[in-house]
Design a protein around this ligand. Structure first.
Ligand code: GUN
Length: 288
């Protein structure tokens, strides 16, 4: 293997240790960071994610509350619950696990969350602040990628970053965060013609498509940094990313594995945003 492995678990632990110290300081000032998690319906993957997020909270001493609803819940019930949580001083972050049942409008639900508690970074106010390069809550996976690259001391200024995928949760905000850091950003997606022409130009390639075996050795520039956000199953049912790891590791300079790459960073950034919100609430309280 020629590429260095970017160990997401190790880097996530590094940031979690820092968070533990901040949480201890907050608790000394009688602030316990609190996260409310809303899960509606019966999506198996969502249940797993929510369990992992709450476990991570409990490991760090963040208080978490789970609100579970049936698939058939009226949209207004969800709106009412979020409004109640917006007014709850013990809750610093509100996370509504997506996808929601089909009859519920996710935009309306996200807009109901107070921007001051939007620890997923999905609210239009958070997105507007991100686009105008102001401090705000950033979407957890893109933020996790930036923190990983920071830990690895990878220079971003003037680098060509090629992003595969244009989701609201990963692709679009990731491109914006790289742009904010003075990288040159190309967005590719399912309608991009001659994808390989673009990926071969990348100093940093971020693949967030969700398709096993999408990227091979011939698609990569020698020495490139490869960040694999994909979460797929291969033919044997094993977890894998979008990138053919065994091939690409021989060409890339640095590469994230799946599992153990971006995944642990995403959850850590949810904890980071929740703690950041608790810190802000303390500052607001001290101003009063
Ligand atoms: N569904 C898939 N990813 C996410 C995420 O990061 N946050 C929420 N709330 N739902 C998701």
């Amino acid at each position: 293997m020629s590429a260095d492995l970017i160990d997401g678990k190790l880097i996530a632990n590094h940031y979690r240790e820092q968070l533990k110290e901040t949480i201890t300081e907050l608790k000394r000032k009688d602030v316990v960071p609190g996260l409310a998690v809303i899960l509606a319906g019966d999506n198996h993957a969502s249940r797993t994610y929510v369990r992992m997020k709450r476990k991570a909270c409990s490991e760090l001493g963040i208080h978490s509350e789970l609100y579970q609803f049936d698939e058939s819940l009226p949209q207004q019930d969800l709106v009412n619950k979020i409004e109640e949580l917006n007014d709850n001083a013990h809750i610093h972050g509100i996370l509504v696990q997506l996808p929601l049942p089909h009859h519920i409008n996710p935009i309306k639900i996200i807009e109901t969350i107070s921007p001051s508690k939007d620890v997923d970074g999905f609210h239009p106010v958070s997105i507007g602040n991100m686009v105008t390069n102001q401090d705000t809550f950033y979407s957890c996976t893109p933020l996790g990628i930036m923190k990983m690259l920071e830990y690895e001391k990878i220079e971003l200024t003037g680098k060509h970053v090629v992003i595969l995928g244009r989701s609201n949760i990963v692709g679009k905000p990731a491109g914006q965060l790289f742009l904010n850091r003075d990288a040159t950003v190309t967005h590719c997606h399912s309608k991009t013609a001659n994808l390989s022409d673009f990926t071969k130009q990348a100093d940093i390639l971020v693949s967030a498509v969700g398709k096993a075996g999408l990227i091979h050795a011939e698609d990569i520039k020698e020495g490139a940094v490869v960040i694999d956000v994909g979460m797929n199953r291969d033919e044997e049912g094993r977890l894998c990313g979008d990138v053919d790891f065994n091939e690409v590791k021989e060409i890339a300079g640095k590469i994230t594995p799946v599992p153990g790459g971006v995944g642990p960073m995403t959850i850590t950034m949810l904890l980071y945003n929740t703690v950041k919100s608790a810190q802000r609430s303390l500052i607001d309280r001290q101003k009063q």
